[in-house]
Design a protein around this ligand. Structure first.
Ligand code: ADP
Ligand code: MG
Length: 657
């Protein structure tokens, strides 16, 4: 005799319950042939469901041997068990277990999705099955819009989607009224006639009467196993016969099927987001804010850099600034001999220079009437506008006479004018620099070279250096000397000559120069520090956002445990479940990331209105990088919850509330 389809040999199933173990099945041996219709009956707690789960490869025996079509199930791994379920079994549950967010047709299609059937075929077949069970018109309804009997019929169609060679029905009529119950039993009988093997669990002897064989369980043991010989003749119309797909549908993978599976996961993820929009939004918020702030920060940094660079280019190579010390950040700079006014005067006499000005920098509270602002005051001489190529918008620059008399005359920049004199003409007005009164004699025209230094974008005031050192700083030492090389002289040679002259005047104490190239290099160095800073902030922001995503994904997995169980029962592999939740996490991060970028753009567009000195330049690279980071965050932080979901035990998942 050929080996039976299902053969159990001395099977035990024990559950750990506290200290003890409870045996739900004890030494069960059983053979069921292909095409049989078997009812399993017994009191509640007798082990019927446990037996069904074992037969359906949702669970494995603790001891004993189960062979399906001669194959020992014990030796199969998770992947192969999922495949057996998908290709050979069709589950029907007491509570239907349809996926509530999917339409009836989509529910029927799910098993074929896991088996790699392509969308058009899947759709046709699902429609044919719904038609056969008399629900052709209900394909677009959701389970909530169907009666219990209709839902159970949809679940039968789902069980048949991949062939349903063996139908396992656990109390299929338990939740139905008697008429719907009859209909369901009619369909099961028709399937039986069409060659399907039907195994059903029931406590209702009338339902059991439809079967050819009744197996009775008590306390986990088989206590009776009898063939029913005399039964009423079967008059029910064989309505399902034409869709009977005997033989299992084998799983086949084409690249297109793979893509469809991913699309389906994406669609599911979108549906989940649509069902819980607030939750999705809150989850995204962290990612959104993180990405928005990083993109904006990069944009503002980039804008500032451009501004300074524009100023430097404006200056050209003929304007050079000299500083005392060995270079930026020289720790000994303070102890070294500083530059003095005499040095600037000596330089001014050199024929290769068109002009030289001392520079003393300080910062004061500038006030005009009720308006006050922090201003940077630059003490320079009368040559300064020529050296920097500044033009005056109003008034005049202070002259040599003013310098000699330490005149309290100042020239203000456009920002100072906007801030301190919003409605009046500044020329001739008195402003207070700290406690020192000064008369405004001129206003410079806007110029990129005013922004020579990062941060040189706020309110600026120019004053005679003699007055600044006398009244404001009290120091004679200069911060720097700025010179303009004569047009005919090559800047490099001029730089050389200046260094030689200063070395002669000052002994060996060092001087370094800052020219356009130098500024560019300094800027590059500071911007790489900025980049590092921004990157670390980005990483922190995304970790915080990612933790939020992980948190909500864990909640989502817990909430959908039963759905995961159902999907596993109808043939999902662990990989399918993993993919579904990963796609969801990545989607949340992606949408959050895109919204964040949009937010940064919007803020970047509005910001210059609020703060005119700020310029925002978005770099496509930075945006692309944050985008990629958002995806990675989704994968990284979605992985743990997704893996938890994929590793759920199908039986436990199915029975969760
Ligand atoms: P039936 O379906 O016939 O009502 P079950 O197969 O569900 O019975 O359960 C049989 C016995 O096994 C019961 O005593 C039940 O408490 C126990 N049992 C079933 N599943 C588990 C489990 N996961 N953990 C512990 N005990 C279980
Ligand atoms: Mg049960």
């Amino acid at each position: 005799m050929a080996s039976p389809l299902i053969a159990l040999e001395g099977v035990w199933r024990e559950f750990a319950s506290g200290e003890q173990t409870v045996a739900a099945l004890r030494d069960v041996s059983l053979a069921i042939g292909a095409g049989e219709m078997v009812a399993i009956v017994g009191a509640s707690g007798s082990g019927k469901s446990t037996l069904m789960n074992l037969l359906g490869c949702l669970d494995r025996p603790s001891r004993g041997d189960y062979r399906f079509s001669g194959r020992p199930v014990r030796e199969l791994d998770h992947e192969e068990l999922a495949r057996l379920r998908r290709e050979h079994f069709g589950f029907i549950f007491q509570r239907y277990q349809l996926l509530p967010d999917l339409t009836a047709r989509a529910n029927v299609e799910v098993p074929a999705l896991y088996a790699g059937m392509l969308a058009p075929q899947r759709r046709l077949r699902a429609e044919a099955l719904l038609d056969q069970i008399g629900l052709a018109a209900r394909g677009r309804h959701r389970p909530g819009q169907l009666s219990g009997g209709q839902q159970q019929r949809v679940s039968i169609a789902r069980a048949l989607m991949n062939g349903g060679e063996v139908i396992l029905a656990d109390e299929p009529t338990g939740a139905l009224d008697s008429k719907s119950g009859e209909e369901v039993m009619d369909i099961l009988r028709a399937l039986h006639r069409a060659g399907h093997t039907i195994i059903l669990v029931t406590h209702d002897m009338k339902v059991a009467g439809h079967a050819d064989r009744i197996i009775e369980l008590a306390d986990g043991r088989i206590v009776a196993d009898r063939q029913i010989t005399a039964r009423a003749p079967d008059n029910a119309p064989p309505r399902i016969a034409t869709v009977a797909f005997t033989g299992a549908r084998r799983t086949r993978w084409s690249p297109r099927a793979q893509r469809e599976r991913l699309e389906e996961a994406l669609r599911m993820a979108l549906r989940v987001m649509a069902v819980h929009p607030l939750r999705a939004f809150l989850t995204m918020l962290g990612i959104m804010i993180g990405i928005a702030s990083v993109v904006l920060m990069v944009g503002v940094g980039e804008g500032a850099r451009h501004k300074v660079l524009a100023g430097v280019s404006q200056l050209g190579t003929h304007t050079i600034e000299l500083w005392a010390g060995g270079g930026w950040g020289d720790p000994d700079a303070e102890r070294k001999r500083g530059l003095e006014v005499g040095d600037a005067e000596a330089l001014a006499r050199e024929h290769y220079l068109a002009g030289a000005s001392p520079v003393i920098q300080t910062s004061v509270q500038a006030r005009h009437g009720a308006i006050a602002a922090t201003a940077s005051v630059t003490g320079v001489n009368e040559r300064y506008p020529d050296i920097l190529g500044l033009r005056l918008a109003a008034g005049t620059w202070f002259d040599a006479d003013a310098l000699a008399h330490r005149a309290q005359d100042v020239v203000i920049d456009p920002a100072a004018r906007r801030t301190l004199f919003p409605h009046s003409d500044p020329i001739g007005q008195i402003i207070m620099l700290g406690g020192v009164p000064a008369r405004v004699v001129g206003v410079v025209a806007p110029s990129a070279s005013l922004n020579r230094w990062p941060g040189g974008q706020n309110v600026s005031i120019f004053a005679p250096h003699t007055m600044v050192s006398d009244r404001l700083t009290g120091k004679t030492r200069l911060d720097s000397i700025i010179v303009r090389v004569a047009n005919h002289a090559p800047p490099a040679a001029a730089e050389h000559a200046m260094m030689r002259l200063l070395a002669l005047r000052r002994g060996n104490s060092e001087v370094f120069v800052q020219n356009a190239d130098g500024v560019r290099k300094t800027l590059e160095a500071t911007s790489s520090t900025m980049t590092l800073l921004i990157t670390s902030i980005a990483v922190i922001a995304l970790i915080v956002g990612g933790i939020g995503v992980m948190n909500i994904m864990l909640v989502s997995v817990t909430e959908r445990t039963r759905e995961i169980g159902v999907r596993m029962a109808i043939g999902a592999r662990r990989g399918d479940i993993l993919r579904q939740f990963l796609v969801e996490a990545v989607l949340v991060c992606l949408v959050g990331g895109l919204t964040g970028i949009a937010l940064a753009w919007a803020t970047g567009a509005v910001l210059p209105w609020l703060a005119p000195t700020i310029k925002v330049i978005h770099s496509p690279n930075a945006i692309a990088a944050t985008f990629v980071f958002a995806c990675l965050t989704g994968i990284l932080f979605g992985y743990l919850p997704a893996r938890n979901a994929a590793r759920l035990d199908p039986v436990a998942a199915l029975s969760s509330e």
